[in-house]
Design a protein around this ligand. Structure first.
Ligand SMILES: Nc1nc2c(ncn2[C@@H]2O[C@H](COP(=O)(O)OP(=O)(O)OP(=O)(O)O)[C@@H](O)[C@H]2O)c(=O)[nH]1
Length: 316
């Protein structure tokens, strides 16, 4: 058997080429180049399989590598047999090549529907672009939402600190401003004053002309105070017909003068009804022995004094 396989005594292939150099050159050159290429291609295929574990066709790549390797062996044996006569071995190699080719062809056909169904590079690029567009759209929506949330938060913050009727600060907000101002004065050894303003005979306005007219008067008083004060002053509604005004860096005398201007401004308010508006204002000035509640109490007591003095006046 071995003798049969390794029987090289058949006539070498070169004899039929008559040992012509041109025919030898073509056959030797062709087979040598093909053999070289068929040795390199399987290495590349195996390298790809090892490097890319996301490719789902390893089996096909390996079959191709095997098939091309045997093709190469067949060509090299053909080259060898130009000078020798090992046709049995060459035939075996051809048979193995044939078998592995058939297996490769069958596997290739079985895999063809899946390969054809793979999305093309252009389609993937298009899908990628669509995803990028969607991502950008989401980013834009997100930014718009964030801007809306920030705007809404700002609105809510204003709402939470604004008196609904007069649009000046509400009680909570004006007390917060006063607390901050007192802390600042304590830290920097500065001065500030507060005014407590109470509308005179307001019950009479409500009882005689109705609650709505009373509301309109409160709005006009708030406007009059705001227009008379500086931007840095805080004006708030402390209670029903009581207003609290915080005056940073204002001493007792300056506060008194401002209170007078406010009183006059309120007294000049005219409505369509036959009554005059007036207010009594109490002034209190911060010193470092006072806390917020004592300061407000002092302003309250000053309002009481002003009422006692006959209303429509300012008291320390
Ligand atoms: N229209 C209106 N009236 C209010 C509001 N809040 C409180 N009041 C009224 O303000 C009046 C305050 O009356 P009083 O505390 O007796 O004081 P007054 O009548 O101003 O008298 P004096 O302060 O002593 O000059 C009451 O009638 C309350 O109903 C409000 O938001 N709108």
């Amino acid at each position: 058997m071995l003798e049969m396989v390794f029987n090289g005594s058949f006539m070498p292939h070169g004899h039929c080429l008559l040992w012509r150099w041109d025919l030898l050159f073509l056959h030797v050159g062709g087979d040598a180049l093909t053999g070289l290429a068929y040795a390199m291609i399987p290495i590349a295929l195996i390298h790809i399989v090892l490097k890319r574990d996301d490719l789902n066709f390893d089996r096909l790549f390996l079959l191709f590598a095997g098939f091309i390797s045997f093709c190469g062996i067949t060509h090299l044996l053909g080259l060898f047999n130009i000078w020798h006569g090992y046709y049995f071995i060459e035939g075996v190699a051809k048979l193995i090549t044939g078998l592995i080719s058939i297996v490769t062809a069958v596997v290739l056909w079985k895999l063809t529907p899946r390969i054809v169904a793979l999305p093309s590079a252009a389609l993937l690029a298009q899908r990628n672009q669509e995803l990028l567009n969607a991502q950008q759209e989401l980013k834009d929506i997100n930014m718009t939402l964030e801007a809306k949330i920030a705007e809404r938060t700002r609105e809510l913050h204003i709402q939470a600190s604004t008196d609904e009727l007069t649009s000046i600060l509400n009680r909570r907000a004006i007390l917060k401003d006063l607390d901050n101002e007192i802390n600042r004065c304590q830290r920097h050894h500065q001065i500030c004053s507060v005014l407590m303003l109470d509308v005179d005979y307001f019950k009479h306005v409500n009882d005689t002309y109705g609650h709505q007219v009373g509301d309109e008067v409160l709005i006009m008083i708030a406007d009059a105070i705001t227009q008379t004060c500086r931007q840095t002053d805080s004006v708030g509604r402390y209670g029903g017909e009581e207003f609290l005004i915080v005056l940073p860096q204002t001493d007792s005398q300056q506060a008194y003068e401002l209170a007078e201007r406010i009183r006059k401004s309120v007294a000049s308010i005219s409505t369509q009804h036959p009554f005059s508006v007036s207010c009594s204002i109490g002034v209190a000035t911060f010193d470092e022995t006072l806390d917020m509640h004592t300061l407000i109490k002092r302003a309250d007591e000053a309002v009481y004094n002003a009422k006692e003095k006959g209303r429509n006046c300012v008291s320390h």
